[in-house]
Write a protein that binds this ligand. Structure first.
Ligand code: FMN
Length: 368
């Protein structure tokens, strides 16, 4: 009997067991209406709930209307949103796959157009008018973008509480856990980055000051959900080109996150000062894996690696060599939604079809 490849071994975070190490990465769809997911989201997630992934994470979902990236982004700030997400969570539960919601506030990068309209800031007078944006300081995310209002302490407390409420609503919608979005130049990353955070109060200046909001959010979210619920944190481990946040800063953040009960760091990167431009990411396979590896080894916090992981052997060796606990794929899952099954065959899994839903598995075994 051939051994199960490391990529196909289970992994447990609190009450959620991923039956393998492959996770669908968060991907904005820009197809929501007033924050409410639509049939598009059910179709999109249907491709992955039947793909053999070990777990999945939704797109960045706003903790408030103004925290959405664009008018097409999903939200979790009303009870109607809770009801509309249920068909998505049910899809995954039919296959016993944990589905986590990525909850976020886009901060200085909110109020923007959909990518196919250019991703730039919305206009005041457009058909979908711009809204007030917020950030650590009155520094635009890019030249010519909205100048965010620097949050005062009462507004910061409101954001912390919105994250906690969003986490509770996510669980009410059936999600098995949440991922706090602390990456890509959005609000929490903008507090971490010395480029965007020019405050001189307790929420800026030193690394401890810059980390304060992310840690307060992590604590509030942890306190809002049961002990059995995994809480993940996605960080931009470094800013983009020309940025100032260092990997040392993020190692320190990860250690603190672990201390306040975060269960895994999803190691992404970039977004400051440039926009989240996939084309600008260094086109090198696994370019962000070293972040996941260093954080895992130095803090003992489990990590997820992401970024140009496209090949079965590559993904398997990341797990086998202990560089990360999970791998996450975005664009390759758009190209090849059957990636987990194809990877299982390629890696010599003794029963590749067993990772699929029962009916597929039954017929594919006959065909083999
Ligand atoms: C269409 C699309 C939408 C994305 N939306 C999000 C998002 O909502 N939240 C997030 O953290 N990352 C988002 N990302 C980034 C991915 O999760 C991932 O980190 C990045 O694409 C690198 O992985 P890949 O090389 O496998 O595509 C998005 C990527 C794509 C392609």
């Amino acid at each position: 009997m051939t051994d199960i490849p490391p990529l196909f071994t289970p992994f447990t975070l609190r009450g959620a067991t991923f039956r393998n190490r492959i996770v669908l990465a968060p991907m904005c769809q820009y197809q929501a209406e007033d924050g409410t997911p639509t049939d598009w989201h059910v179709a999109h997630h249907g491709r992955y709930a039947t793909s053999g992934v070990g777990g999945a994470i939704t797109e960045a979902t706003g903790i408030s209307a103004e925290g959405r990236i664009s008018p097409g982004c999903t939200g979790i700030y009303t009870d109607a949103h809770v009801a509309a997400w249920r068909p998505v969570t049910q899809l995954y539960h039919r296959q016993n796959i944990p589905i986590l919601m990525q909850i976020g506030h886009a901060g200085p990068k909110s109020s923007t157009m959909r990518p196919w309209d250019g991703s730039g800031p919305l206009h005041e007078t457009g058909p979908e008018p711009a809204w007030q944006t917020y950030g650590p300081s009155a520094v635009p995310a890019r030249e010519g973008w909205h100048v965010p209002k620097a949050l005062d302490e009462a507004e910061i407390a409101g954001i912390v509480s919105d994250f906690a409420t969003a986490a509770k609503r996510a669980l009410a919608a059936g999600f098995d856990g949440v991922e706090i979005h602390g990456a890509h130049g959005y609000l929490l990353h903008s507090f971490m980055s010395p480029v965007m955070n020019q405050r001189d109060d307790g929420y800026g200046g030193t690394l401890a000051g810059r980390m304060r909001l992310p840690i307060e959010v992590a604590k509030a979210v942890r306190a809002a959900v049961p002990d059995t619920t995994p809480v993940l944190y996605r960080a931009s481990c470094v800013d983009g080109e020309g940025g100032a946040l260092t990997l040392d800063d993020t190692v320190a953040l990860a250690a603190e996150l672990k201390r306040v009960g975060v269960d895994l760091l999803d190691a992404s990167g970039g977004g400051i000062p440039s926009g989240m431009r996939l084309a600008q990411m260094k086109p090198k396979p696994g370019f962000q894996v070293p972040y996941a590896e260093r954080i895992r080894h130095e803090t003992g916090l489990p990590t997820m690696a992401v970024g140009m992981i496209t090949e079965a052997e590559q993904a398997n060796s990341i797990i086998a060599e202990g560089r990360a606990d999970l791998v996450s794929l975005a664009r390759e899952m758009l190209r090849r939604p059957s990636w987990p099954y194809l990877a299982a065959i390629e890696l010599g899994h003794p029963e590749p079809a067993s990772i699929l839903p029962k009916l597929y598995s039954f017929y594919l075994k006959i065909a083999a």
